[in-house]
Design a binder for this molecule. Structure first.
Ligand SMILES: CC(C)(COP(=O)(O)OP(=O)(O)OC[C@H]1O[C@@H](n2cnc3c(N)ncnc32)[C@H](O)[C@@H]1OP(=O)(O)O)[C@@H](O)C(=O)NCCC(=O)NCCS
Length: 285
């Protein structure tokens, strides 16, 4: 019933994700994502990216000619990441999610480090915990920046030519580079790269911080402050996946007057905790 995902499945997988996540959000009284063409396109674009880089890491469940679930995972220099896992509400609770997760896990040796940015779905948290991942509850800062601060003058705008610098930071902080994913993020309209000397980087767009990695907390704070300073006046912004390992980020968003809310968990294996100072991306790891 499980098979490899194909390009032709991308639209169906995107629908499964939107339906499953929307139903879960409604059931648990969380904010339901507002669907828009631009977000649908971004999701399909990301599904296509990982299908190209790691075709063996994506699976669909298609019991009767219809995609009812999928998992997408990838490996970067020995670092395993689950990008997405979803099953349609009518097909949940019968072991399908676990079969999809097991298929994705089987693409890499169990001893490799790995991460999953888990939603607030109790089933997802149960599945990942029972698969051997430790759970690190996360907060999301969201909304208006009530106390905007200045950008840090040491931070500059970067581009695709700076991927080697980003790779060097990621190898030291996460133990693995992901230049192919950073390059893909920079190809998405609106995304920008910021660099703090050779000590760290952030990828952001006008409504969110996408990911950040730094060699030290001073550089991480300078980057996050500069991202927040670049948000258009009056706009709302998200900085998600802030675990207790990222107190520097929690301090920074609170200083900017942003509101913190509980938001899922960063699940890790093969590491004592989430890499720090780093802010992962939900889908890119
Ligand atoms: C997470 C998801 C993929 C699970 O799919 P599923 O097909 O229901 O998964 P399974 O039936 O294999 O397993 C569900 C597990 O959760 C457990 N579970 C179900 N409801 C639970 C609850 N309220 N509290 C705790 N555990 C629960 C089940 O007991 C089962 O574990 P078990 O195999 O040890 O008994 C599905 O619920 C989903 O699509 N959710 C919405 C999208 C989402 O948030 N995905 C996670 C992204 S990180």
């Amino acid at each position: 019933m499980l098979r490899a995902m194909l390009d032709a499945d991308i639209a169906a997988a995107s629908e499964v994700w939107q339906t499953a996540y929307g139903a879960m959000a409604k059931e648990h009284r969380l904010a339901e994502p507002v669907r828009a063409e631009v977000t649908d396109r971004r999701l399909e674009d990301r599904l296509g990216h990982f299908l190209r880089t790691d075709p063996e890491g994506s699976f669909v469940a298609e019991p009767e000619g219809r995609v009812v679930g999928f998992a997408q995972s990838f490996v970067r220099e020995g670092y395993w990441v689950l990008s997405l896992l979803a099953t349609l509400p009518g097909n949940q609770g019968h072991g399908l999610g676990r079969r999809l997760l097991d298929a994705a896990l089987a693409t890499a040796p169990a001893g490799l480090p790995g991460t999953i940015q888990a939603s607030r779905d109790p089933s997802a948290l149960a599945l990942y915990s029972s698969a051997g991942f430790s759970c690190h509850p996360a907060m999301k800062a969201e909304g208006a920046i009530r106390r905007p601060g200045p950008p840090d003058p040491r931070v500059r705008t970067g581009g695709p030519g700076d991927i080697a610098l980003v790779d060097a930071v990621d190898r030291r902080r996460r133990g693995a580079a992901r230049g192919v994913d950073i390059a893909h993020m920079l190809g998405v309209a609106g995304n920008r790269l910021l660099l703090m000397e050779d000590r760290g980087y952030a990828v952001a767009r006008d409504d969110r911080l996408i990911t950040l990695g730094a060699l030290d907390e001073g550089a991480a704070v300078a980057l996050l402050q500069t991202v927040l300073a670049g948000i258009p006046e009056g706009a709302t912004v998200e900085v998600a996946w802030l675990t207790s390992a990222q107190q520097w980020a929690i301090d920074t968003v609170v200083r900017a007057g942003m509101a913190l809310h509980p938001y899922g968990a960063v699940m890790v294996r093969g590491m004592s905790g989430p890499p720090a100072p780093c802010i992962p991306s939900g889908g890119y790891g």
